[in-house]
Structure formats: C-alpha cells, structure tokens
Design a protein. Structure first.
Length: 172
C-alpha cells in the first residue's frame, strides 16, 4: 500500500514536472523579440546601403534579413511544437489563423525542421561570404564551407535514421 502511494506520488510529480519547460518557451519568445530588434537594425542598415549606392552589399543585406527570419521561424516552430509535445495542447479555439502544422509536428518532425533550418541558415551565411570574398580569408572561407558540409551531412544522416526508423516500425 505504501509503495503504491509512493509510486503514485512519483508519477504525478514527474507528470507535472513537464511544466518546468514552460519558462524555456517563454525565454524563446523573449529571444524572438530581441531578434525582431536585430531585424529592424539590419533593415535600417540595409536602407542606408541602398541610399548610399553600395549595390553589391544589398544582396548580402537581404540575405542577412532572410537569415534572421529563418531563425525566428525556427524559434516559433520550436515553441509551438515543443510546448504541444511536452507540456500541453494549445487551445486556439479553432482560430482561423492557426497554422496547419500546429499540433501535428512530432519530435522527429521537429528535429528534421531544426536540422533543415540550420542547413538553410548555414547556406545563407555561406552565400553571404561568397558575396563579400574580398573581406574574408581563404582559411576562414574553407572553415565555413567545411562547417556547412558538416551540417548537410548531419542532416542527411538524421533523415536516413528517421527513414530507417520509420521503416522498421512498419515491419514490427
């Protein structure tokens, strides 16, 4: 009887402990606000570049904005999917703006979205480096290419592991 009581207490404590994740998601939301400030700053710098006529830097500036947007999107996906997978379902009361993917992104899907976003962000950073080759050493560029290729290979590895895992579940 005492063991059953202890077991029930432990299980309830573990179940309720999922709410310890909520402050992390609030922190990511706050970080997205900081990212918005960074986006506005980068945008204003881009406006100055366009006005000053430094055309070659415009594309690099736009790529910086895209980079920030991808990171912000990734953070939103992590907040929604993580909260719904690990804490509680988000009740949007059937709101028309509820994203279609919300509530459907499992842990494996989230992992693939994160890896895909990291590869895309890395590709944009690499493209930006190619746009400003005169400002970067060959060694630095080689490191960026190597890091990007590592992300690509890791992404392919994750995708293969998920595919193998999904295939083995169907044969069980």
């Amino acid at each position: 009887m005492i063991l059953k009581t202890i077991e029930k207490f432990l299980e309830q404590t573990m179940y309720k402990s999922r709410w310890l994740l909520a402050p992390f998601y609030i922190g990511i939301i706050a970080a997205n606000i900081i990212l918005l400030i960074k986006f506005v700053k980068e945008f204003m710098e881009l406006v100055h570049v366009v006005i000053d006529g430094e055309g070659g830097l415009v594309i690099a500036g736009v790529l910086s904005l895209i980079d920030i947007v991808l990171v912000a999107n990734l953070m939103v996906i992590i907040v929604f999917a993580g909260y719904e997978n690990f804490v509680s379902k988000i009740d949007t009361q059937g709101h028309e703006d509820r994203p279609d993917w919300m509530g459907k992104v499992g842990f494996s899907d989230l992992k693939m979205k994160v890896v895909g976003s990291i590869v895309a962000i890395s590709a944009i950073e690499l493209r930006r480096s190619f746009m400003t080759l005169e400002n970067i050493s060959n060694e630095h560029l080689a490191w960026k290419v190597g890091i990007h290729l590592t992300f690509v290979v890791s992404g392919i590895g994750f995708a293969l592991m998920d595919r193998i895992s999904a295939g083995s579940k169907g044969h069980g």
